[in-house]
Design a protein around this ligand. Structure first.
Ligand SMILES: [Fe+2]
Length: 192
């Protein structure tokens, strides 16, 4: 039987080439998502305006640094599995299943509302990827769980700006970035 040409020539010990290819495929989507996230975070860093500018502007940069480190670790895990990681912008845009971040210059609270939605999407998919690798590859599973510790903490930093003293989130029920941004802005000016 001829070898499948899309399979790695080698992978980590104890995984079959098929398993290595499957784990690498799961990680490639996370690589695109994290690369997209670090660019989106910088875009927000540059585009926030209004009250609390410096607090939000400066809150974002440590998140960028942490996400860039995750990008590097994911790409190097894909290579370790014997597969070529795809890190080009063209591959990211061609293969991603989500739209570009939708806000340009906007208030800090609008961006935080939209960023809440961004983190919901990234964390939900990261948790699915962690579950999908649980039986297949402990090391990849551990890598993704490690990222979730930080991603969920950063998500809370964002949500703490959107939370009332009663514990309600202003973005509750939003399904899109622009919808979340609108809800966050309305809550900030006291509109229902
Ligand atoms: Fe900067």
């Amino acid at each position: 039987m001829a070898a499948r040409s899309d399979l790695p020539k080698y992978t980590v010990p104890s995984l079959t080439p098929e398993e290595g290819a499957k784990v690498a495929g799961i990680l490639q989507e996370r690589l695109h998502a994290l690369n997209d996230l670090q660019l989106t975070l910088k875009h927000i860093h540059w585009n926030v305006v209004g009250p609390h500018f410096i607090a939000v502007h400066e809150m974002i940069d440590p998140q960028v640094d942490a996400v860039r480190a995750m990008v590097d670790a994911v790409a190097e895990r894909i290579a370790t599995l014997g597969v070529s990681p795809k890190g080009t912008p063209g591959a990211l845009v061609a293969e991603r299943s989500w739209e570009d971040y939708s806000l340009g210059r906007a208030s800090t609270i609008a961006h935080l509302g939209a960023l809440d939605e961004v983190y919901v999407g990234v964390i939900t998919a990261h948790r699915e990827a962690a579950s999908a690798t649980e039986e297949l590859d402990d090391v990849t599973n551990d890598l993704l769980i490690g990222h979730l510790h930080d991603l969920e903490l950063f998500h809370w930093f964002v949500r703490a700006h959107l939370e009332s003293t009663g514990g309600d989130l202003s973005t509750d029920g939003a399904r899109t970035e622009t919808g979340a941004a609108r809800k966050a802005e309305q809550a900030a000016v006291g509109q229902p």
